[in-house]
Design a protein around this ligand. Structure first.
Ligand SMILES: *Cc1c(COP(=O)(O)O)cnc(C)c1O
Length: 403
C-alpha cells in the first residue's frame, strides 16, 4: 500500500475532491502475480470481471495487458466491445436475465455461460452449434460475507452439481455444443483446500463432456484490507491447481485453457478514494469527522460492513486520535467507527484504501450529488478518465413536461 501523499494531494488540488485515483502499475502487478503463479499451465486466460470497475479506460488497460473480460450484463458486453475486446475475448455470465438478452449476446458473438437448466434446454434447441459454457454450483463454502458467498446449497447461482445427469440429458437431447464448465463460489476465498475441493468437482463434471476447450474457475480471491490482513495465497493456489490442471488435461486428451475471472483481486488495491473533511464535531461519545461524500460514492462499508483503511494524508505526522468518520448523507452513513487516525482538522484530505473495486461502480446520485471524477496514474503520469458530473448530467435523462 505504498502511496505518495504529496502526489495525491496534488491530484486533489488539480481535480478537486472527492476523487477516485487508480494506480495502473498496481493493476499490472496483480495481473502478473496471477500469470506468474500459473506459469506452468500452457494455456491460461484471465478475464477481468469488469463489474468491479467499468471505466472504459480501465477496460482498455486490461486489454493492453492481454486480459479477456468477464461480464454480467449486456451493457458490460457492449462496453467491452467499445474498449476493443474481440467478441471471443468476452464471457457473458448472466444470472436471471431475460432470454432476449442472451440472444443479443449471441448476435454480438461473445462467449456465453449459462446457469439455468431450462435456459440451457431452450438455448440448445435454438442454437445447437453455438458453443456454450455451464456454470456449476459445487456447493462449497469458501467465501466470506453471506451477500458475496454464492456457492452454497440455497444460492441462486449456477446449476447444482446434483443436476449433472439433467445437464447431460439436455446436451444429449439438443446436441448443444458445450465448450466450457465454470464455477464461481463467491468472494473472499481464504481456504485454498476448500477451493481445490470445488475444483475437483469441476474436473469430475468436465470429464463427462468430450468437446470442452476451457475450464473456468471463477474468482473471489481475497485481498488485504489493512496491513497484515489475510489474503488468498495465489502462489500456493497456483502451485496446487496448476499441477492438478495439467494432470487433468493430460487425462482428458485435448488442449484445455484454464480460466479465471478476478475482479476485486485485480483492481481493489490499485484504488484510492480521496475526500476532504467538512467538519470535526465533538459529541458526548466520540469525535466525528464529517467528509464531503457519503454512501452515494462509497457504499461498501454500509452495504457489506467492509473495512477500508482511512488515512489523513494532510497530516501524516500528526498525533493519532480516535474518530468516527461519517458522510454527508441524511441517513446514518458511517465509513469507520473508532478509527485511529492522525489528528484531523477541517479541510484535511482523507484517503480510503482498497477503493478500486466495487466503489465507483456502485456509486449513485443519491441526494442529487455528482459522482466523483476518476484519475488513472500510469507511471505516475495522471490521466483524467472520467470528469466529475455536473447539474446537466443529473437532468440529462429527465423529460421536461409543462404544468
Ligand atoms: C463478480 C463476479 C466475479 C468477480 O468476483 P471478485 O470477487 O470481484 O473477484 C467473477 N465471476 C463472476 C461470475 C462474478 O459474478
Amino acid at each position: 500500500m505504498e502511496l505518495n501523499r504529496e502526489r495525491l494531494l496534488e491530484l486533489v488540488q488539480k481535480y478537486g475532491a472527492p476523487l477516485y485515483v487508480y494506480d495502473a502499475n498496481k493493476i499490472k502487478s496483480q495481473y502478473e502475480k496471477m500469470t506468474t503463479a500459473f506459469s506452468t499451465v500452457k494455456r491460461l486466460k484471465l478475464n477481468y470481471a469488469c463489474k468491479a470497475n467499468t471505466n472504459l479506460n480501465i477496460l482498455k488497460y486490461f486489454k493492453s495487458l492481454g486480459s479477456g473480460l468477464d461480464t454480467v450484463s449486456i451493457q458490460e458486453v457492449e462496453l467491452g466491445l467499445m474498449a476493443g475486446f474481440k467478441p471471443k475475448e468476452i464471457i457473458y455470465t448472466p444470472n436471471g436475465v431475460s432470454y432476449a438478452e442472451i440472444k443479443r449476446a449471441i448476435e454480438l458473438g461473445v462467449r456465453i455461460n449459462i446457469d439455468n437448466l431450462s435456459v440451457l434446454e431452450t438455448f440448445g434447441q435454438d442454437f445447437p452449434k453455438y458453443p456454450v459454457c455451464v456454470r456449476i454450483n459445487p456447493h462449497i463454502m469458501a467465501g466470506g460475507n453471506a451477500n458475496i458467498s454464492v456457492g452454497h446449497i440455497d444460492s441462486k447461482f449456477g446449476i447444482s452439481i446434483h443436476q449433472l445427469p439433467h445437464i447431460k440429458r439436455v446436451v444429449k437431447n439438443t446436441g448443444l455444443h458445450l465448450d466450457g464448465v465454470h464455477m464461481h463460489t463467491g468472494s473472499d476465498i481464504l481456504d485454498i483446500d476448500v477451493f481445490l475441493q470445488g475444483a475437483e468437482i469441476l474436473f469430475e463434471v468436465a470429464a463427462e463432456f468430450k468437446n470442452l476447450s476451457y475450464i473456468d474457475f471463477g474468482s473471489g480471491f481475497k485481498v488485504p484490507y489493512y496491513p497484515g490482513a489475510d489474503e488468498t495465497d495465489i502462489d500456493y493456489l497456483g502451485e496446487r491447481l496448476s499441477e492438478r490442471f495439467n494432470e487433468f488435461e493430460k487425462a482428458y486428451g485435448k488442449p484445455l485453457t484454464l480460466m479465471f475471472e478476478p475482479g476485486k483481486y485485480m483492481v481493489s488495491e490499485a484504488g484510492m478514494f480521496l475526500a476532504s473533511v467538512n467538519v470535526v464535531k465533538q459529541t458526548t461519545s466520540t469525535v466525528f469527522a464529517g467528509i464531503d461524500t457519503g454512501f452515494n460514492h462509497l457504499i461498501r462499508p454500509m452495504f457489506y460492513s467492509a473495512h477500508h483503511e482511512i488515512e489523513n494524508i494532510s497530516n501524516p505526522e500528526g498525533r493519532s486520535r480516535y474518530y468516527t468518520v461519517v458522510g454527508y448523507i441524511c441517513e446514518t452513513d458511517t465509513f469507520g467507527s473508532n478509527r485511529k487516525i492522525n489528528e484531523i482538522s477541517e479541510g484535511d484530505v482523507l484517503c480510503f484504501h482498497n477503493a478500486g473495486a466495487y466503489c465507483f461502480s456502485m456509486a449513485s446520485n443519491y441526494n442529487s450529488r455528482f459522482r466523483p471524477a476518476e484519475v488513472l496514474l500510469i507511471d505516475d503520469k495522471d490521466y483524467l478518465i472520467r470528469r466529475r458530473e455536473t447539474i446537466q448530467d443529473l437532468i440529462a435523462t429527465t423529460e421536461d413536461i409543462k404544468f
